[in-house]
Ligand binder design. Structure first.
Ligand SMILES: N[C@@H](CCC(=O)N[C@@H](CS)C(=O)NCC(=O)O)C(=O)O
Length: 236
C-alpha cells in the first residue's frame, strides 16, 4: 500500500484515535509532533491544516482532514477495502458503528475532556464542575456497559473504529480521573481485549512517549493535587 499521509499529532486520546487506525490498517505515514504544551496548534501554518487549532489533523497529498471522526472515516473509506475495522457503507452495521462513533465525538470526548480539565488542569478549583463532568462521564460509561456487558464489540460482531474512538478515552480515565474500571466489568474486559492488539500498542506510542507509565501516573497525581489544594471558587 502506498500513501502520502502526514499525521500532525500529540500523545493524547484524540491523537491516538488517528494513529491507532493508521497502525491497524498498516498504512504508511509520517508523523509531525504538534506540541500543544507550547500552543503550536494555534500557529498559522497549522491553522491552514485544521482551522479549529486542535490536534490531530492529517494531510494525504494535498487533501487535509481534521476532526478525529472525519479522519477515522476518511482512513477506513480509502484504505480499509477489506473492512478490517469498518463495515460497508449503507449496511445496518455501518450505521451502528457510526452511532457509537458519534456517541464518542459528542459525548465521551467533550464530557471527559472537561472532566480532565477541571480535575487536573484548571487554574481555579470548581467542585461543581468536577462533579458535573465526572458524573456525566460515568453515566456515559454505563451506556457503554449496557452494550459491552453482553457483546465483545460496540458495533456488530467485530472490532471497529467505533471501539478505537471510545477506547482511547476510557483507557486514560484510571490514570487521569482515578476511575476504577471494575465499576463497569464489560467495559474493563473490552479495554483489556483492545489493549492487547499490536496496532493499538503501536498507535498509542505515536509520537513516542517520553514518560514511563509510572511517570505519567505521578504527573497526573501531582496535577490533581495542585488543583485539589486550591480553594473552591463555586458561588452557592
Ligand atoms: N473534536 C476534536 C477534538 C480535538 C481536541 O480537543 N484535541 C485536543 C488534544 S486531545 C487539543 O488539541 N487541545 C489543545 C487545544 O484545545 O488548544 C477532534 O475530535 O479532533
Amino acid at each position: 500500500m502506498s500513501s502520502d499521509i502526514t499525521l500532525y499529532t500529540y500523545g493524547t486520546p484524540n491523537g491516538h484515535k488517528a494513529s491507532v487506525v493508521l497502525e491497524e490498517l498498516n498504512i504508511p505515514y509520517k508523523t509531525e509532533t504538534v506540541d500543544i504544551m507550547t500552543n503550536a496548534q494555534k500557529e498559522p501554518w497549522f491553522l491552514d491544516i485544521n482551522p479549529n487549532g486542535r490536534i490531530p489533523a492529517l494531510k494525504d497529498g494535498n487533501l487535509r482532514v481534521f476532526e478525529t471522526g472525519a479522519i477515522m472515516l476518511y482512513l477506513t473509506d480509502k484504505y480499509d477495502k477489506d473492512y478490517k475495522i469498518s463495515y460497508p457503507h449503507g449496511s445496518a452495521d455501518y450505521y451502528e458503528m457510526l452511532s457509537w462513533l458519534m456517541f464518542q465525538m459528542g459525548g465521551v470526548g467533550p464530557m471527559q475532556g472537561q472532566a480532565h480539565h477541571f480535575v487536573a488542569m484548571a487554574k481555579a478549583r470548581s467542585d461543581y464542575a468536577i462533579e458535573r463532568y465526572a458524573t456525566e462521564t460515568k453515566r456515559l460509561y454505563s451506556v457503554l456497559e449496557s452494550r459491552l456487558s453482553s457483546h465483545d464489540w460496540l458495533a456488530g460482531d467485530k472490532y471497529t473504529l467505533a471501539d478505537v474512538a471510545n477506547f482511547t478515552w476510557v483507557k486514560s480515565s484510571p490514570v487521569i480521573l482515578e476511575f476504577d474500571l471494575s465499576e463497569w466489568p464489560g467495559v474493563q474486559k473490552w479495554v483489556e481485549r483492545i489493549s492487547e492488539r499490536e496496532g493499538v500498542k503501536k498507535g498509542l506510542n505515536v509520537p513516542p512517549s517520553t514518560r514511563t507509565p509510572d511517570q505519567t501516573k505521578e504527573l497526573f497525581a501531582s496535577m490533581r493535587a495542585k488543583v485539589a489544594a486550591m480553594e473552591n471558587t463555586d458561588k452557592r
